[in-house]
Design a binder for this molecule. Structure first.
Ligand SMILES: Cc1ncc(COP(=O)(O)O)c(C=O)c1O
Length: 276
């Protein structure tokens, strides 16, 4: 299915769409992005995602993206796409063409919107803890930047060991997040998720889960994940996905009762409001 893509204001066939080989998104990962879910052809939580795009750009000292134009681009692509039961919208915004080093260019930013079908995730996830920490003090901590080499390497490591997602601790030795997901655990009957100071991304699904299903933001050592009564991942394309096993440790239940309730509440609330 050749759904057109949107590049800097133009809707164009995917085979014809191009960006410069000098684009700094390609050359040095100098850009930001968003992944937005679409359900039966309609975007979910678009406002929150575009707010985060703006914030990520600000954190990287990039010019402010034209969110109205990008919104128009999202709607234009969706209008040409089949009404997939589950789809994903990818928005990429980079500093545009630049010199060969890390200095930025001045030819204007690049904005791209692509939509595609999304296969549902498995009912549960096995996760693999990776030996490389998230740097919660780094310049890009919590920024959804296109510099995702760390995540690509970590997910490759996890998949080679049978995991569906890789989990990072941070420099402090605390539980942090996955490569494309946030993490919640149940400990002593309480639902917890790492604080934003852990270096994790401020996930849209994480925020909605806290709002709709309860839970506290609290930092815990990585070891708490292996000892959890229940645990789950949250992300735009997963919603809430129970964790079955952490490395070789099988958790007591997937989903356990608190996870099952959160999944139910999330499904009800997200169906009732497409832009919460
Ligand atoms: C590093 C990272 N953490 C967490 C998430 C989950 O965020 P969201 O719920 O907004 O999809 C993502 C999303 O892809 C991510 O890339």
């Amino acid at each position: 299915m050749n759904v057109p893509v949107w590049v800097n204001g133009e809707l164009i066939g995917p085979e014809q769409a191009t960006v410069s080989v000098f684009d700094h998104g390609l050359m040095v990962g100098d850009g930001v992005f968003e992944t937005i879910k679409c359900v039966n052809g309609a975007s979910f939580a678009l406002t929150r995602h575009l707010d985060r795009l703006r914030l990520s750009a600000q954190r990287m000292d990039l010019p402010e993206p034209d969110v109205d134009a990008i919104t128009a681009g999202v709607h234009a692509c969706l209008a040409e796409a089949p009404p997939w039961q589950l789809g994903r919208i990818r928005v990429t915004y980079t500093s545009g063409p630049g010199p060969l080093g890390s200095d930025r260019g001045n030819q204007g930013c690049t904005a791209v919107v692509i939509v595609d079908e999304q296969k549902p995730f498995p009912a549960t996830a096995d996760v693999t803890v990776v030996p490389w920490p998230r740097n919660e003090r780094g310049a890009l901590a919590g920024v959804k930047s296109t510099s995702y080499g760390d995540n690509a390497k970590a997910l490759f490591y996890a998949k080679a060991r049978g995991g569906g997602e890789a989990i990072f601790e941070n420099l402090a030795g605390n539980l942090c997040e996955g490569t494309g997901s946030n993490i919640f655990i149940v400990r002593d009957g309480r639902l917890l998720t790492p604080t934003l100071s852990s270096g994790c991304l401020a996930g849209v699904t994480r925020a909605l889960t806290l709002e709709w299903c309860g839970g506290s933001e609290e930092d815990v050592p990585l070891s708490a994940l292996y000892e959890a009564e229940e645990a789950f991942l949250t992300s735009t394309t997963r919603d809430i996905q129970p964790i079955r096993a952490v490395d070789q440790t099988t958790l007591p239940a997937a989903p356990g009762p608190i996870t099952a309730k959160a999944m139910r509440v999330f499904a009800e609330r997200s169906a009732a409001d497409l832009d919460p």
